[in-house]
Design a protein around this ligand. Structure first.
Ligand code: NCD
Length: 316
């Protein structure tokens, strides 16, 4: 089954078969990346521009590496130094870039919906690298690939997503993806960090870790996103760690073979115990980073193929 989209803006608009198509291709890239050796330069001759309006370490590096491995010309726009700072609007920046005819545009932006808006104004393929608290599709896909490789399947699993759900695009994209693939999702966090209406997403909501983690297969921890909080959502980080920080004792409520995930960057001692995060018998945090490159290679290849199949004017 083909993946027939011009852009990758979110998980909510993807069909389960399309999710499978990306994961299958990414799976073969993950094996190739481990094996090393020459790769087919499927993005040769294409220009990939990375526009990050918000700080990023692993996502930007991962997109850059993915493009370079497949032979694309990759350019990182220094958004801090760009004309945005001089007052240019997002749309003007987009139109300026569009006139340079990039093929793939990777965008991260602090405002929810900004990447979708930008995608309407350009002819190239746009990949959402995270917009506000809206979506972060490649993160959910890399999480899904990690789970599928660890558990041997991506359905009928019980997954707990814990912590700052309200501010998290990672949580939203994962809730969509895991639901579409027929898994059971539990959200665990203090009521102040669970968005209103979460119960309508087909998930179960808990405010107690022991109860919420009972017999789950996967424990996904989230960073406390202080930069998105405009008030006090928790009494103190110490109190938060005590109630919601994942340590060996709380993890004991999950299945004995449950895996621990975190999208990074981690606040050790706030949402997760440092020793547990480094425990290679339980934590798959490094595998997540590894799968990130493979998923981004696959996503960019599929979008580039769609462009090649379709004349430029159709995208306009
Ligand atoms: C996440 C993000 O930026 O949304 N990180 C990431 O992409 N690896 C999560 C976070 O910032 O906490």
């Amino acid at each position: 089954m083909a993946f027939r989209h011009q852009h990758l803006l979110g998980i909510s608009t993807l069909h389960p078969e399309e999710i499978r198509a990306i994961l299958d291709l990414a799976d073969s890239y993950a094996d190739q990346n481990r094996a090393g050796g020459p790769r087919e330069k499927v993005l040769a001759g294409l220009t990939q521009v990375n526009m990050f309006f918000e700080n990023s370490t692993r996502t930007q590096a991962s997109f850059e590496l993915a493009g370079k491995r497949l032979g694309a010309n990759v350019m990182n726009m220094a958004m801090q130094a760009s004309s945005i700072k001089k007052g240019e609007t997002l749309i003007d920046t987009a139109l300026t870039l569009n006139a340079m005819h990039p093929d793939l545009l990777v965008v991260r932006h602090p405002h929810s919906g900004a990447v979708n808006l930008l995608a309407e104004k350009v002819n190239c393929a746009v990949l959402n690298a995270g917009d506000g608290r809206h979506e972060h599709p490649t993160q959910a896909l890399l999480d899904a690939l990690t789970i599928r490789r660890e558990k041997g399947r991506l359905h009928r699993l019980s997954v707990a997503i814990c912590g700052d759900i309200a501010h998290s695009r990672v949580a939203r994209s994962n809730i969509f993806l895991l639901g579409k693939m027929e898994n059971r999702v539990r959200l665990i966090g203090p009521p102040t960090l669970i968005p209103a209406g979460a119960a309508d997403w087909g998930v179960e909501v808990f405010d107690d870790m022991a109860e919420g983690l009972r017999d789950v297969d996967v424990v996904m921890m989230l960073r406390l996103q202080k930069e998105r909080m405009d008030g006090a959502f928790i009494p103190s980080t110490r109190e938060y760690y005590h109630r919601f920080g994942l340590d060996a004792e709380k993890l004991a409520h999950a299945r004995p073979d449950a895996i621990v995930m975190h999208p990074g960057p981690m606040n050790r001692g706030v949402e997760i115990d440092g020793t547990l995060a480094d425990d290679i018998n339980r934590s798959v945090i490094q595998e997540q980073v590894e799968m990130g490159v493979a998923v981004r290679m696959a996503a960019m290849e599929l979008l580039a193929r769609n462009r090649a199949d379709c004349p430029r004017e159709v995208w306009a």
